[in-house]
Design a protein around this ligand. Structure first.
Ligand SMILES: Nc1ncnc2c1ncn2[C@@H]1O[C@H](COP(=O)(O)OP(=O)(O)OP(=O)(O)O)[C@@H](O)[C@H]1O
Ligand SMILES: [Mg+2]
Length: 308
């Protein structure tokens, strides 16, 4: 549904993104992750036809981003990083204006407007001036304008930033409810949000894509049975630490600990044999997969040339 090849964007001498390629299938919800300045907003602006790349190509729903940009725009809903709103308009007036320029027919306008207002928690403020509303409400208006025309593809640049906790839950629920029929790319710095919403993750740093994988694949591929949770009666953490192949042992309580093996080593058998040889009562030994946060930090630090 979304495809980009070798996108590059230069601002003067500075290359904000370099050789960015990925594809997103219909119905996927993909999380776009990366540190500040990584190139997320730049990529999303190109995808939404807000600006052209310096080089590279892309398409949405089979339509070329550059040759068919008007058609593409009809099919996407885009929440920019800083939604452009008109402070002197009322919420309802602005959304009515958006509905008109997006070509929603007169017959459908009222129903679509009311649905967007309700979905984004704007009922109480619909007649107020946008300029007088708080940041969170303006963010909600930005989301409402992105969704009002029921687009096939939704591109959301940090959708939950600035929202209160209850509204964050509402907006996440809304995004999840769009899944299936719609294709969604969203950027965020809240990693648990990605595990809650997304089936896939694209990680970018310094303008280059580091990973583009299913969430489970990313966490299990980097793990390879390296971290174990051990529970054993009579456990002596110091002695376990001396076992070859083990990098670190962190005590959790008197009977349990987290064992970290050297990269790429499968230590379950060796650890269980050692526990038994020491006469400790083995109660539990499980492989602990990495969290998205750990995977993310590892990818970023590896790309910066340090090991995590
Ligand atoms: N109009 C511009 N002119 C010059 N440099 C720019 C411009 N827009 C973005 N950049 C630079 O391009 C790089 C990528 O910026 P971008 O906004 O895409 O990052 P981001 O991943 O969205 O970051 P954040 O998480 O902070 O939103 C940054 O180094 C930024 O300073
Ligand atoms: Mg950004």
């Amino acid at each position: 549904m979304i495809q980009v090849q070798e996108l590059t964007k230069r601002y003067g001498d500075f290359e904000a993104i370099q050789g960015v390629s990925f594809s997103i299938g219909k119905g996927e919800i993909v999380g776009f992750l990366g540190p500040n300045g990584a190139g997320k907003t730049t990529t999303m602006r190109i995808l939404s036809c807000f600006m052209p790349p310096t080089s590279g190509s892309g398409s949405i729903a089979g339509l070329d981003l550059f040759r068919n940009s008007l058609e593409v725009r009809k099919r996407i809903g885009y929440l920019p990083e800083h939604p452009p709103l008109y402070p002197e308009m009322t919420v309802r007036g602005y959304l009515f204006f958006v509905a008109t320029i997006k070509g929603i027919s007169k017959r459908e306008q009222k129903a679509k407007l009311s649905k967007a207002i309700e979905q984004c928690g704007l009922v109480e403020v619909q007649d107020r001036l946008i300029g007088r509303l708080s940041k969170g409400y303006r963010q909600r208006i930005g989301i409402a304008q992105a969704l009002i025309h029921d687009p096939e593809v939704v591109i959301l640049d940090e959708p939950t930033i600035g929202l209160d906790p209850a509204q964050i839950i509402e907006i996440r629920r809304l995004i999840k409810s769009l899944a299936g029929e719609r294709t969604i790319l969203l950027s965020t710095h809240i990693l648990p949000e990605v595990s809650m919403l997304c089936n896939r993750v694209i990680v970018i740093n310094r303008g280059k894509i580091l990973a583009s994988d299913a969430y489970e694949k990313l966490t299990s591929e980097m793990d390879r049975g390296q971290r174990l949770h051990l529970k054993a009666r009579g456990l002596d953490v110091e002695r376990l630490r001396s076992l070859p192949g083990i990098v670190d042992v962190q005590s959790e309580d008197a009977d349990s600990c987290l064992v970290e093996a050297e990269q790429g080593k499968e230590m379950r058998e060796a650890v269980s044999r050692y526990v038994i040889s020491q006469g400790w009562g083995l109660l539990e030994l499980t492989s602990k997969s990495l969290t998205l946060e750990e995977v993310y930090l590892r990818l970023i630090s590896e790309s910066e040339g340090y090991s995590a």
